[in-house]
Design a protein around this ligand. Structure first.
Ligand code: 5AD
Ligand code: SF4
Length: 484
């Protein structure tokens, strides 16, 4: 994953993890724990999370399940009784990174033989019991739909019995589990609204690792948003592999709740609760959703609409079920209905048989669509996917990487241009905390999901909204000052 500010190093060495719903690079491999773990707990677990926002959201469910069975979270691996790693399979590099982490855990286990090590998430699902054969230090392997079974599997492992549960479910949404907000800033939180994916994009392993698509009850989603707001949170991000196909049936009147309706329900929780969502699929994103975004001031004007490729032929091979013209029409609708909307994208370079001309079409799309940012990758063949079975991975690695570097350059120019258009404007910003570089500065985001850095001012705290006038920019950041 590369954001707006990639280095050559980034391109040379593809990032360690994958993304589905973009999550900032600096959170990859984050060790998650509570500030004040429960005193009553006798045992401790340590957890690392990789991959997409959905995985981070799942980690909070896992933490809740483990806390209910008497485990407290810790950030110190060496003092834990249980190490969990929530893994990603989206690209080969993501999996390699997990194996490296396992070798680190192995060193800790040598000094602590009773330590239980569990692999969770997409890689667990993909490799299943093979994991136990390949990595001797692993005690339990648990897929994304089997986290309720974790305490039992951990107890078994403590008795010396290795365990695997990788059953995928058609119903599981963990709707009744209240996530433990590990590593949270207390201001923004994820809410998972659905699980799995029914789109069979030919490059993607997710349908195999996360199973069939299912939507969570709208009641519990709205209740979770309300609860977060009551606890002082100011922003929720509704997560799903394809939020536009959210569909839930009311048990009493059997009415269907669409994504547009769900968005409105969550936005109605409170005008001071910002609502974001990801990921939108170009084939399913409706004008209803766009009108809802336009109608509510607190639904952010930002849509992550992955194009993957600018060539209709490649899109067909990718089984994306839309072509270039359809995608362009969707982008035009966004700008027509929400004129100041920011759009971001995911792009894959060097997919099977991609020609130089088709690569140019993707470059043209970045400029045409005016993406404010993109997550850009070169194609990594994943075992078992449609593409792996049907097409030869025939683009040489150097070509894939060169094309990626070209896309990154064009995106960076676009991001800069987009930020230049913001010079002199004033934005409503939700203050998230200190900026990375200085304790004297705050960092926040505007409606368009752009990061803004500005000097602190008396009377303003993280979690407050303020208005910031932009007077300096880079391709990655806006800089400014609070105006009263
Ligand atoms: N190789 C490279 N990138 C991939 N993605 C998904 N599968 C692959 C793959 N096999 C990218 C897509 C997707 C994002 C989450 O990751 O761009 O939208
Ligand atoms: Fe998330 Fe799994 Fe996809 Fe990785 S493979 S991005 S963890 S859903």
């Amino acid at each position: 994953m590369y954001n707006n500010n990639p280095t050559i190093e980034d391109i040379r060495d593809e990032l360690k993890t994958g993304h589905n719903t973009p999550l900032s690079e600096d959170r990859q491999g984050e060790v998650l724990s509570l500030e004040n773990p429960s005193e009553a707990a006798t045992k401790k677990f340590y957890i690392e999370s990789y991959g997409c926002a959905m995985n981070f959201s799942d980690t909070e469910i896992v933490a809740s399940v483990m806390a209910s069975s008497g485990y407290a979270s810790t950030r110190i691996m060496e003092e834990s009784d249980l190490i969990l790693i929530n893994t990603c399979s989206i690209r080969e590099k993501a999996e390699k990174n997990v194996r490296q982490r396992l070798s680190v855990f192995n060193k800790v286990k040598k000094h602590k033989p009773g330590l239980v090590i569990g692999v969770l998430g997409c890689m667990a699902e993909r490799l299943k019991s093979k994991f136990l054969d390949e990595e001797k230090i692993v005690d339990i392997v648990v897929g994304p739909d089997a986290y309720r079974d974790l305490p039992g599997l951990v107890a078994g492992a403590e008795e010396g019995n290795k365990g695997v549960n990788v059953l995928l479910s058609r119903e599981e949404t963990y709707a009744d589990i209240s996530p433990l907000r590990l590593g949270s800033n207390g201001i923004t939180a994820f809410i998972s609204i659905m699980r799995g994916c029914d789109n069979m994009c030919s490059f993607c392993v997710v349908p195999f690792t996360r199973g069939r698509e299912r939507s969570r009850s709208a009641f519990t989603i709205v209740a979770e948003a309300q609860d977060l707001f009551d606890k002082g949170y100011k922003e929720v991000m509704l997560l799903g592999q394809n939020v536009d196909s959210y569909k839930w049936q009311h048990p009493e009147n059997e009415e269907n709740v669409s994504f547009a309706e769900l968005l409105a329900l969550v936005a109605d929780v409170h005008p001071d609760l910002r609502v974001r969502f990801s990921t939108s699929h170009p084939k399913d994103m409706t004008d209803d959703v766009l009108h809802t975004v336009a109608k509510y001031e607190n639904i952010c004007n930002y849509i992550h609409l992955p194009v993957q490729s600018g060539s209709s032929r490649v899109l067909q091979l990718m089984n994306r079920t839309y072509d270039k013209e359809w995608y362009k029409e969707r982008v035009e609708s966004i700008y027509r209905i929400i004129p100041d909307c920011a759009i971001s994208s995911d792009i894959i370079t060097g997919f099977c048989t991609e020609t130089e001309e088709e690569h140019q079409e993707t470059i043209e799309m970045v400029t045409w669509a005016k993406y404010t940012m993109s997550y850009m990758f070169y194609y990594s063949e994943r075992p078992g996917t449609l593409a792996a079975r049907k097409y030869e991975d025939d683009i040489p690695l150097e070509v894939k990487k060169r094309r990626l570097a070209e896309i990154v350059d064009v995106q960076q120019e676009e991001s800069l241009k987009s930020n230049q258009r913001d010079l002199g404007k004033t934005f409503k910003v939700l203050i998230e905390g200190n900026s990375k570089k200085s304790e004297l500065q705050f960092k926040g985001r505007n409606d368009q999901n752009k990061v803004i850095v500005f000097p602190k001012l008396d009377g303003f705290e993280p979690g407050d909204y303020c208005h910031v006038h932009v007077d300096e920019i880079t391709s990655a950041t806006l800089k400014g000052n609070i105006v009263k």
